[in-house]
Design a protein around this ligand. Structure first.
Ligand code: ATP
Length: 460
């Protein structure tokens, strides 16, 4: 193992109530690194932090600290300290006593305690507050006391679980800068949990993007922002235009009805791909011969530094654009995207395909539902087959008829001219649907598929 690895997470999995919360997480964290676990609510990031802290045990896998397996080592014996979302300060103790608490428990001599507490008070800029009741402090000041208390024990690693989420925006931004300065000054390892992508981009040396219990991407803030590895990361980190495309050949991609030069290679020919273009990477101008595509501005909003515009292209796509110049709604504009600003990504799949069982010559069952369809003659009742359904052939309704599948919408993704939805069925299966309708995360939908849209083939 490399010398500078302090935390090594090996094959960690965790289930709750039969549901996968973390799936085979592998990650190494270097000494002195500021690493952030970033992901939407419920993705498993806090569970991973708690496993590192020893507050939860994994079902499988282990955490190693400086090469030593921590399995079975209780939290208080791990050289780690945690700062929680809620500060968990002792209300009956003043600021000084709160910071000194852990040191007293460890029987550190009074003189040493005094030295460390004063150092911590200085570090968190609370030198004049030592006698104050913690209840009389603002949220930001209370969180500083919690950080000072965690750092007073000189941990090798500081675990921070959404420590700034209870603060207002201004205080949060100030505390972000202070945390970063503290990290640089102390040189200890920080592992930080947040669902706020801006916070992750500001603070981290490295971001670990997690979704549905799996690591999606690991990289520096610039890597993650500029080179998202899939549409989830692109959508979650910053604003982006995410579009269906076709890689025509190396360095040539088609999307929004046009061919574009790009720098990507190795996707093969005529391969369906996802294309990501950041709003600030689309050049918008009065129409001229250098423009690659044209449109009409639908809205223009001043955002403090730049203007945010939504433009309807002639081919019927909506593009989000950020520019220092404003183009008023109704203006006919031209647009340009440079090859290096087009990010091409492999698609996970191009249509739904399910393991299905033939019921009779007109019916199959899959995902726990019964569907009418035409069964090719080579298959008979009881055969296991593959049922394929194109994304745009999955019908969605608000209410289910008896026997129809029901699911919850997850991660709706706007793709310029339609929404691409992931729907999780009651049996935890995934079905993808393309629709013009607007659905929110967690909306309940009934799924119907017309018989002609279910294609039956031999199981691969
Ligand atoms: P948030 O930002 O909302 O805290 P998170 O990404 O930190 O989200 P976790 O707290 O790790 O998510 O929870 C992941 C999933 O595990 C959630 O669906 C949660 O309901 C579930 N979960 C967590 N702890 C338990 C538990 N003790 N028993 C059952 N389910 C749990």
């Amino acid at each position: 193992m490399a010398q500078d690895i302090i935390i090594d997470i090996r094959n960690v999995s965790k289930h709750f109530d039969g549901k996968v919360i973390l799936e085979d997480i592998n990650l190494q964290i270097r000494k002195g690194e500021f690493v952030t676990f970033l992901g939407p609510s419920g993705c498993g990031k806090t569970t991973l932090l708690k496993i590192i802290g020893g507050f939860k045990e994994p079902d499988q896998g282990s955490i190693y600290l400086n090469g030593k397996d921590l399995t079975g080592v209780p939290p208080y014996e791990r050289p780690l300290n945690t700062v929680f979302q809620r500060y968990a300060l002792f209300p009956h103790l003043d600021v000084y006593e709160n910071i000194a608490f852990g040191l007293k428990l460890k029987n550190v001599p009074d003189k040493e305690i005094d030295k460390r507490v004063r150092k911590m008070l200085k570090l968190v800029s609370l030198t004049d507050y030592e006698q104050r009741d913690v209840d009389s402090l603002s949220g930001g000041q209370q969180q500083r006391v919690a950080i000072a208390r965690a750092l007073a024990n000189s941990p090798q690693v500081l675990l921070l679980d959404e420590p700034l989420s209870a603060l207002d925006r201004k205080m949060r931004l100030d505390m972000q800068i202070e945390l970063k300065e503290m990290h640089d000054k102390l040189g200890i390892t920080f592992i930080y949990v947040t669902h706020d992508q801006e916070e992750a981009l500001t603070l981290s040396d490295r971001i670990i993007v997690i979704n549905e219990g799996r690591i999606q991407q690991t990289g520096t803030p610039a890597d993650i922002y500029n080179e998202p590895c899939n549409s989830f990361v692109a959508n979650f980190i910053g604003d982006s235009n995410i579009l269906n495309g076709t890689m025509i050949r190396d360095r040539k991609v088609n999307f929004i009805g046009h061919d574009f030069d790009c720098i990507d290679e190795g996707f093969g020919e005529n391969t369906p791909v996802d294309v990501v273009v950041r709003p600030e990477d689309i050049y918008i101008m009065n129409r001229n011969d250098s423009c690659q595509f044209n449109g009409v501005v639908r809205s223009c909003t001043f955002k403090g530094v730049h203007y945010e515009m939504f433009v309807d292209t002639e081919e019927g796509y909506e593009m989000q654009i950020q520019d220092y110049n404003a183009f008023e709604p109704g203006t006919e504009v031209g647009m340009l995207i440079k090859p290096q600003d087009i990010q091409v990504m492999k698609k996970d799949c191009v249509c739904n395909s399910f393991d299905a069982e033939v019921l009779d010559e007109n019916h199959v069952t899959f995902l726990g539902g019964r569907f009418e369809c035409k069964i090719p003659r080579e298959f008979k009742a009881g055969d296991t087959v593959c049922a394929s359904v194109a994304f745009d052939k999955v019908g969605l309704m608000d209410y289910a008829d008896e026997g129809e599948l029901v699911g919850r919408v997850r991660f709706p993704l706007y793709k310029g001219d339609h929404y691409h939805l992931e729907i999780v069925t009651a049996g935890e299966a995934l079905i993808y649907a393309d629709t013009q309708e607007v659905y929110d995360n967690r909306d309940l939908v009934a799924i119907s598929i017309a018989p002609k849209d279910i294609k039956i083939s031999a199981k691969k």
